[in-house]
Ligand binder design. Sequence first.
Ligand SMILES: Nc1ncnc2c1ncn2[C@@H]1O[C@H](COP(=O)(O)OP(=O)(O)OP(=O)(O)O)[C@@H](O)[C@H]1O
Ligand SMILES: [Mg+2]
Length: 454
Amino acid sequence: MNSSRILVVDDEVNERQGLAELLTAWGYQVETAADGMQALQRIGQEPPQAVLTDIRMPRMDGLELLAEIRQRFGALPVLVITGQGSKEAAVECLRLRANDFIEKPLRGEELKQRLADVVRGVPESHGATGEEWEFLGQSSVAENIRRELARVAPTTASVLITGESGTGKEVVARQLHRLSPRRDRAFIAVNCAAIPESLMESEIFGHEKGAFTGAQERRAGCFELAEGGTLLLDEIGEMPLATQAKLLRVLEDRKIRRLGSKTELAVNVRLLAATNKNPAQAVARGQLREDLYFRLNVFHLHLPPLRGHLEDLPVLAAGLLRKLAARHERPAEGLAPELLARLRDYGWPGNVRELRNVLEHALIVADTPYLQTRHLPHDFGAAPAPADAGDPGRISIAVGATVAEAERLLILKTLEREGNNKTRAAEKLGISLKTLQNKLKEYQGREAEPPAAP
Ligand SMILES: Nc1ncnc2c1ncn2[C@@H]1O[C@H](COP(=O)(O)OP(=O)(O)OP(=O)(O)O)[C@@H](O)[C@H]1O
Ligand SMILES: [Mg+2]
């Protein structure tokens, strides 16, 4: 009668099988997963029409799974099974945009009805995430990024995305994936700064059962989850050097080996890497392997800070406001001119993310369809703007710095501005490539203070 595919996620083998049998009897095609990680892997391979998940599970619980699904797969319908009378869980389900939730103990008829409703509600396209992560901006800076995106997206080249925190590196990575021929496959983002060092390799490459204490089951790593799709290694500068060495080998051989496994698996994954640090500087400081850096830096996209393209502010504000208004179901028509003027005068150290947060605050407290200056957070503008505000192409050197420090700062900044192209940077600096290389070598290993802005 109906052949929708449903993914049932539950760590309790009896419950899982019971549900699977029930759903099969109702005419669904059923797949199962024992936890959130496994579920994500399944969905990445072939998205089902809906996911039915329990909450309490090891490794990744149902709510985390829901959050990941919304991030990676947009509007894929999810029905969550919550514990009896758990109000917090119900609230979390709504906040994380579950399509529905159902309380234990399960009653067959009710489950059948709710599941049918959730499946019927399947939207034509999973446009929600696309909308959420749309890249906004009309300045020449933004147009330039758009052009570069369109140029590099169809290829399989690795791309290194740099820029200060909140400049939209993840936005750009997702856009890249969406513009690529891999758009229908998984987009997996892993934040290297958020994973404990001891778990990093298992997270990225996966492990076999018993590979180390605590490895109770075989687990697929990010490369496997991203098979056929795109993997974003976020905060790449935070990856331990030993893992970087392994990663380099994977990029060269296009094969991975799970921890504790003897066999290699071929992988077909497009790699993106992001960092809010200056990668050349990270190399110079010995935090990023130079050979890995070259591998990742096949194409470099640098996102300038918001203060460097304030002409985008009205477009960004309007676009972000529209999305926020939809999400919070509040009427918001736009920004009053005084408010916009006030926003233009600010230095935006937190870039577009900060703008988004400020707008979200204003939207929530607003009592008029046009947001006003008085709707800004009380402490708005209290934080001082960075010293080089207004001109990302400048460095500031305090009197008291040595000539060597000034030289180093200028060299690294120029390199960054030239997309880490040493030849071009040397040209700009008026020195030979050899001299530049020697300088960079000299900086390497020296664990000096960052030469960045005072
Ligand atoms: N060009 C843009 N268009 C639309 N939204 C943007 C843009 N840039 C940033 N944003 C918004 O700002 C927020 C932060 O963007 P994102 O997460 O991509 O930043 P990031 O550069 O990865 O920051 P971090 O280094 O802190 O991880 C996003 O939620 C997004 O809404
Ligand atoms: Mg990010």
